[in-house]
Design a protein around this ligand. Structure first.
Ligand code: CP
Length: 302
């Protein structure tokens, strides 16, 4: 526990106040966090056979969850942040704009000033990519980006990198394919940038119209624009260690999104290396066939 506390202190003394995007992290920062996560995982409560005892590292601290209602729905992020906070001995409250004085015209800035007075940390998810930056510019406490529109999802990337380390023991040297909606999928934007810090240049596989925006392309990033019916063929040629699939973010564009649909099924899996990892930030819709859930390469529920 003393070692864990020292590690946590090291992270807290880390001179960046907010966690807004993956760009702010060096490779050392990420390695430190992955190391810390590995040491905290036994206390996460995931192993139900072990009696859980809160760690107390965040005792007395309050987290405010600020998730834009109705527009940026969430299961994992909205659930895992408070679970982690409570496992660490802290507590949480939810801020709902629709029942707040923002409905009477109170500004975003004033609302943030008040909320940061009540809290020790604010976790923000909003459809407007700039929202979290405005909140951070006014907040007197650290602000964590839990997904800003179609821009980034840095904490998902930390988890994804952790998952790769658990599966392969390393990140450097991995061949990673990011597949699907590379335009609106914020998780792949952060991931491609995060991987580059480890010298990994991801390859994008996507349909025409859903290419990776220029601002998220790293120097070694390559992209293959394909008919998504040929996803298996493209992956069999690439032979990636990691297939990172994404949902088509239908809620982020108008028009027919179904034309972009694709599926990773047993047939596609049969074309992949035996030790590959199939990852996905979830939720999945139809792009991961249920028939591959039991394959040991499927790690999206880990
Ligand atoms: N991965 C992820 O961010 O999922 P939610 O949208 O359910 O939080």
């Amino acid at each position: 526990l003393i070692n864990l506390s020292l590690l946590l202190l090291k992270i807290l003394m880390w001179n960046r106040k907010h966690l807004l995007d993956i760009d702010a992290f060096s490779r050392d920062d990420i390695e430190n966090l992955i190391g810390l996560a590995g040491r905290l995982e036994p206390f996460s409560g995931i192993d139900k056979s072990k009696k859980f005892k809160p760690l107390g590292l965040c005792r007395g601290q309050i987290m405010t969850l600020w998730f834009e209602p109705g527009k940026e729905n969430s299961t994992r992020t909205f659930g895992s942040f408070p679970a982690a906070m409570m496992r660490l001995g802290g507590s949480c409250k939810v801020f709902d704009e629709t029942t707040s004085s923002m409905m009477k015209g109170e500004s975003l800035e004033d609302t943030t000033r008040i909320l940061s007075g009540h809290s020790d940390v604010i976790v923000d998810r909003h459809r407007d990519a700039g929202h979290v930056y405005t909140v951070a510019s006014v907040s007197s406490v650290p602000v964590i980006n839990a997904g800003n529109g179609s821009a980034q999802h840095p904490t998902q990337t930390l988890l994804d990198l952790y998952t790769m380390v658990k599966k392969f023991g390393r990140i450097e040297g991995l061949k990673v394919a990011v597949v699907g909606d590379l335009k609106f999928g914020r998780t792949v934007h952060s991931l491609v940038k995060g991987l580059e810090k480890f010298g990994v240049h991801a390859t994008g596989i996507c349909p025409q119209g859903l290419e990776m925006p220029g601002e998220f392309r790293t120097s070694g990033y390559e992209e293959r624009i394909i008919d998504m019916n040929d996803t298996g063929q493209a992956l069999s040629e690439l032979k990636p260690d990691v297939v990172y699939a994404t949902r088509i973010q239908a809620e982020r564009f108008s028009g027919n999104s179904e034309k972009y649909n694709y599926v990773i099924n047993k047939k596609v899996l049969s074309m992949l290396p035996k030790n590959a990892a199939i990852m996905h930030p979830l939720p999945r819709i139809s792009e991961l066939s249920r028939e591959i859930d039991s394959d040991e390469r499927s790690v999206y529920f880990h």
